[in-house]
Design a protein around this ligand. Structure first.
Ligand code: GUN
Length: 293
């Protein structure tokens, strides 16, 4: 048996279409065009690609996209001053500071300067706290995208055993909280977990977010499991560069019930969820009904 493919590209395209519809309504009904500002410090090539793609997707969804670029040697105070200006700017609905920031800048201090209502990455301490408390906030994009994908193949996640491998702030921890909010029984596994293979084998939903190419073997999966592979690892194989996930896809698809590919899985969902958060932030901040997206 071969697993069903969870097609992130298709799911993200549909979500972006729904978002564009909601943006269109905000414009015609309320004369509001949501605005997303992305702050990029330095010249990191991967970050430049991400930021450009975010800008294109934002405009394609009918929203306004603004990019602020600061030089690699910009000081922490300079970045914080920019964030404060954006907080105070009534035209700005969403602020995203692209990570990683240069080493001389304390990322946490910068991120926590973002007004939580404009924190479309969901990374401020306020939004992280709201997620844990089950209160309304903005949720990190990659974990949110992972949940949306899992729900396309499982009618309900309630009562299922979800194993999250990886405990990062950006993905592992918020994803575990979202799964808990879906009434999953959640296990968080990480580099110190003993008998990782047997922990994984007990998962109805296995989420891999460790950043290690093909670390999760096919034989570690429960038959019929839903596999969400968050890893995007650049490797060189037989002289060719390619992207692979944290799961050994070829082996896993013979045991899993459904699996996300890499590329074309969780990746496209991240930007779609960023657009979604921008619309939600714009609606809440302006006192409008939040569209069902
Ligand atoms: N760099 C890589 N992923 C992300 C993300 O989700 N948000 C931000 N701000 N930077 C990133």
């Amino acid at each position: 048996m071969t697993a069903e493919l969870i097609d992130g590209k298709a799911i993200a395209a549909k979500l972006r279409e729904t978002i564009a519809g909601a943006v269109g309504l905000m414009k015609t009904d309320n004369d509001v065009q949501p605005t997303l500002v992305v702050v990029l410090v330095g010249e990191d090539p991967a970050s430049q690609v991400y930021v450009r793609n975010k800008g294109i997707a934002t405009e394609k969804a009918g929203m306004r996209s603004i990019e602020h670029r600061l030089p690699e040697d910009a000081g922490e105070v300079q970045v914080i001053e920019l964030v404060r200006r954006l907080n105070a700017d009534d035209e700005v609905d969403g602020i995203l500071v692209q990570l990683p920031l240069p080493d001389h800048i304390d990322s946490s201090r910068v991120i926590n300067e973002i007004d939580p209502i404009k924190d479309v990455d969901g990374l401020t301490e306020v939004n992280a706290g709201r997620l844990i408390l089950g209160k309304e906030g903005l949720v990190p994009c990659t974990p949110q995208g992972s949940i949306i994908m899992a729900k396309t193949v499982r009618e309900s996640l309630s009562g299922l055993h979800a194993v999250v491998v990886g405990r990062s702030i950006l993905v592992g921890k918020p994803l575990a909280m979202l799964l808990l909010n879906e009434n999953c029984t959640v296990t968080m596994a990480h580099s110190r977990t003993k008998n990782l293979a047997s922990v994984c084998r007990s998962a109805d939903i296995l989420c891999a977010a460790v950043g290690r190419p093909r670390m999760i073997e096919g034989g570690w999966l429960k038959e019929g499991a839903t596999v969400i592979d968050v890893g995007i690892n650049r490797i060189e194989e037989n002289g060719k560069k390619r992207l692979v996930g944290d799961v050994d896809f070829e082996a896993a698809k013979l045991r899993a019930g459904a699996i996300t590919p890499v590329p074309g899985g969780v990746g496209p969902m991240t930007i779609a969820c960023l657009l979604r958060n921008t619309v939600i932030a714009a609606a809440r901040r302006r006192g409008l009904a939040v569209p069902a997206i």
